[in-house]
Design a protein around this ligand. Structure first.
Ligand SMILES: *Cc1c(COP(=O)(O)O)cnc(C)c1O
Length: 341
């Protein structure tokens, strides 16, 4: 197998030289309350194992989400959640379904299990064909990034419910970017026990370095998933930090507002420059270009100190996925692009 290749992360020392718009990190610092909560854990020592079920986080998250704590499973980032779910549902010679273009980790997770991939292309308007919900004898799990990466587009919850109703297997709705979107699929979890929703604190809460994500699913599903996770998959620092983060709703609202405003300005400017910038519900913008090759643009931006993500997908060509940074970062990127296209 090839293995998943994460976006470039310049190592300490080189990192400061780049404006980093390639892995959809939040350009702002996390809530000060998160740092304070982590500091308190450090002060009281780390000699004891953490709570295996991250109960403090689950209690607070349950209040905010309107579910009971036993509907929530916590993970070492949502990638850990995706791994746990794949491990639980998918065996050798089974099949995993996901869309193209989408998050490339789904393929890797299927391959680790020795399973096959059933890849369904998005329609030209970024809706999903009914084929995505079609039963077959081998499929055991479907992944749907919603909002999707790299497109930033969303399949409406009603369409997700429809696809799930015909699928013969569970569907994991990966809501890594949902805090930047206008809608979400959380309420579908109670209606259909085949629907699970995964979220992360990496993007909207500016905590990619902390590693914390969670899953919402019906309690009888969560109970089985717990059996196949690492016992202490979330450490004491991340549990305390994540709990403080979701408790600071004001920080989330302000930061989200800033990022969404920058996103809208950035999308208009990229369109003006001739990119086919796709209207985004996430904290990045997917930018194919009909007439100018974009790979050299990626290279030139990198030489000029701006990292974006160059992506090429089967059946849908290539493009630049540009994360929404601060206004200053985005303006610097736009100024360089203006001289290139
Ligand atoms: C970033 C991302 C994740 C992983 O998030 P972590 O919580 O940092 O592991 C999952 N799914 C998608 C679509 C993402 O873009």
């Amino acid at each position: 197998m090839k293995g998943y290749v994460p976006g470039e992360q310049p190592v300490a020392g080189a990192a400061e030289k780049f404006i980093k718009l390639n892995t959809n990190e939040n350009p702002y610092q996390c809530s000060p309350k998160v740092k304070a909560a982590i500091g308190r854990v450090v002060q009281s020592g780390l000699q004891k194992y953490p709570d295996p079920l991250a109960t403090a986080f689950r209690i607070r998250a349950a209040e905010l989400l309107g579910v009971d704590p036993d509907w929530i499973l916590c993970g070492n980032g949502s990638d850990d959640i995706l791994t746990i779910v794949t491990r639980a549902f998918v065996g050798t010679s089974d099949m995993v379904r996901f869309a193209n273009p989408s998050y490339l980790l789904y393929r890797t997770l299927a391959e680790i299990q020795g399973a096959a991939c059933d890849i369904i292309n998005y329609n030209a308007d970024w809706s999903l064909p009914a084929e995505f919900g079609k039963p077959n004898d081998w499929i055991r799990l479907a992944f749907l990034a919603n909002p999707n990466s790299p497109s930033g587009t969303m399949v409406p919850p009603s369409a997700v419910a429809e696809l799930a109703s015909t699928l013969p297997c569970p569907i994991l709705v990966d809501e890594a970017y949902v805090d930047f979107a206008d809608t979400n699929c959380l309420s579908l979890v109670a209606e259909n026990d085949k629907i699970m929703v995964a979220r992360t604190l990496s993007k909207s809460y500016a905590l990619a370095g902390l590693r914390f994500g969670y899953l919402v699913a019906q309690p009888h599903v969560i109970r089985e998933l717990r059996k196949v996770k690492d016992s202490y998959n979330c450490d004491a620092l991340s549990i305390a930090g994540a709990t403080a983060a979701i408790d600071d709703g004001q920080w989330l609202n302000e930061t989200r507002g800033a990022i969404v405003a920058t996103r809208e300005r950035m999308t208009a400017a990229l369109t003006e420059l001739g990119f086919d910038a796709v209207p985004s519900q996430a904290n990045f913008v997917w930018c194919p270009h009909a007439s100018v090759p974009v790979e050299p643009i990626y290279q030139k931006l990198k030489q000029a100190g701006v990292l974006v993500r160059y992506m090429r997908y089967p059946d849908c060509g290539d493009g630049l996925r540009i994360s929404v940074g601060t206004d200053e970062q985005v303006d610097a990127c736009l100024a360089l692009l203006k001289s290139m296209v």
